[in-house]
Ligand binder design. Sequence first.
Ligand code: F6P
Length: 331
Amino acid sequence: MKIGILSSGGDCPGINATIRGVGKTALTYFGMEVIGIKSGFQGLLAKDILVLDDKSLSGLLNLGGTILGTSREKPFKKLLSGKEEDKSQIVIDSYRELGLDCLVCIGGNGTQKTAYQVSRLGLNVIGIPKTIDNDVWGTDITFGFYSAVDIATEAIDRLHSTASSHNRVMVIELMGHKAGWITLYAGMAGGADVILIPELGFDIKKVNKAILDRVNKGKPYSIVAVAEGLGLESRIARMIEEGTGLETRETVLGYVQRGGSPSAFDRNLSTRLGGHATGLIAQREFGKMVALYEDKIVSVPLEEVAGKLKLVPADHDLILQGKRMGVSFGV
Ligand code: F6P
């Protein structure tokens, strides 16, 4: 069999480890042929490829980013006019001309939706979930998430000393548009005093009260972790400064969260997902996304995943335990 692998959407630590997991298992165990498709679906449309052999699959386990490159090209995107752009025939032609037996799509929500649309064209597709945001429906965890949480936690750790030296409120914005997973996990691991995530919303009066309560307990500084989806971290910082009278500073961690080496956990998750994805191809079980469920690798139909988001539930244990310990979630 000949398989093509592409990575699409925002990059994250662990994509190269996944390419390696798929590629090495395919070559070594199943005797398949493997090609890499450059720059996501853009490369599929343009048939821009590179052959992945044993040599090119070496040295990838700890390498950040993606050797294949990525793009946000969607062959079925909605145009501003409201019409659907349909590049189905180009996708079908490329797949056939490349001689593929299966297309492996490594990506987040958008990519899994596109993967489903490609599978509906009658082509063989396997999805592998990735994103630092951890918001892909159908899997407990996406690789990239814990690497990003480690980086964000270290950043919060470093804010503590400067916050306490200056008696300041430090607002740190972390990634996650609709989902607050990184902010919740790094906020709790970094000992943030206030954690604000899109799923819960917030009341600025409650945030300010939590900060002033700390002052009254002899703790004149605070760390506030905010998910980018709530928007306008600078407005939040201003509202805190005005509402509490405390000097407030803001930090936007940004793309640092997405760069560099995957954590050991993410490397192993990538390896497992890559290996199992290749196993599904060998069994000709197409139209599925591999996923982590209670520490086992399972598969979920792409049809079930497409168009859904996995958000932080309001009763998440970290929220419940945080609340009991006095962490404010702004609600
Ligand atoms: O999908 C991950 C993510 O990091 C989001 O949290 C972030 O908002 C987005 O990607 C930004 O990515 P880009 O600027 O590459 O579109």
